[in-house]
Design a protein around this ligand. Sequence first.
Ligand code: KIV
Ligand code: ZN
Length: 520
Amino acid sequence: MSRQVKVFDTTLRDGEQSPGATMNIAEKLSIAKQLATMNVDIIEAGFAFSSSGDFEAIQTIAQEVEGPTICSLARALPGDIDSAWAALKGGQNIRIHTFISTSDIHLKHQFRLTRDEALKRAVEMVEKAKAYVEDVEFSPMDATRSEENYLCEVLEAVIAAGARTVNIPDTVGYTTPQEFGLLIQTIRKQVSNIDQAVISVHCHNDLGLAVANSLSAISAGAGQVECTINGIGERAGNAALEEVVMALRTRKSFFNADTAIVSEEITKASRLVSNITGMQVQPNKAIVGQNAFAHESGIHQDGLLKEKQTYEIMRPESVGAGKTSIVLGKHSGRHAFKSRLEALGYRPNDEDLNKAFERLKKMAEHKREIFDEDLEALISEEMSRPLEHYKLVSIHTESGSGHKPTAAVELEIGGLAVKKIGHGDGVVDAAYKTIKLMTETLSRLKDYVVKGITGGTDAMGEVRVTLEGPMPNGEDIRVIGHGADTDIIVASVHAYLNALNKLHAAALRKEGGEKKIGLI
Ligand code: KIV
Ligand code: ZN
């Protein structure tokens, strides 16, 4: 019988630390519900002290999501622990995850603490968290660059103080599989009370080794793995949940370990996270990339026709891949629309649902077949719409050989109608330049991606733009805007305005005094 490894998903916390991947509460709740459907063991729903948005998201998820344990991150500081508890209380299964660095590099240059001071703080904060909840996790940040004896000493002390999970983070993605496996073995040997805690691992992907390192740690006895959907996260990201889970499932007898994940829900989760965050999945990405199950070579296709096992180590159905359906048409009602969205993992509020439904009806007038992907693009655009300071009233463009591309744009800015005509290199450029002048934005366009969502010339086009813009405190932030429409120019303008509205909303929050606290 294989050992069951717990899956701790941190898409909503470490995943949200990817530049531009900020999510609102409805989006986080949709993802949390999909994670619960997938049967993850623990959901790290955010970092309660860091912002009111995180606090509210954790609170909502703790109240509304059944099944998994809901967790909040907290630095080893009293205010953070109080805030994590305040957000989580009332939830059924809750956990506080507290952390402090243990590497000399971090302690000396960043925390300005001695080893003894850090150890004392770790113990005190585990005790404080323990006064609130039974389930406490402790992480010695930058563990893989910490001195091993000191690391083991800290782990032993926090376990004695009540930590029931000790998580070993490879914070900067520095370790290698063999080395990390040996570290887990050392911890198991050297920490005298280790049997009272689950060893967890949390690997970053700076050297592309996050999944390999996690698997090596599991082979060495780790009982919990921390990961994110599509591997999103700080810098190069975290270990990808789908890769860890499918490696264990496909090679169960080798690892003698498995998880409780319902793997058939993986593709849906991947698409949900990608649509909501705007972070596209590379086509050749393992498990969830568009090409993950596509066989191009004649020899492979020949083999597959004779026997699937020749070139296929997993069935696409086992991860829920390849199921695109024509779902709705002109005569479909709001109820059918809502149920289909729920089946795809979306939990929109009534206003977003109504707006998306109106757009769907319009689309159905000139698009014969409407696919899941069309619905996903529409709803993720509506759900990600912050308060609309900039609204599109109309756009008219002209181009052609010998004709200077021109855009006539009408916007409503803060409730006032503004019109302008401008030119550019192509109609999208003309529209964007005109909008830039109208809105007087200081933001810079960092990325512009167009995707034809489904086949055919009547296909929906989806546009994602990344903007970088200054906040009132001088700091630059990145946001990703979505736009979807059968007209690619309209989709482009929607995406640009969506991103501008996100920057505007973020600037208002900062002016109102909100500061997203970093980890240190
Ligand atoms: O990477 C890291 O060290 C973290 C900790 C807060 C667990 O995310
Ligand atoms: Zn991390």
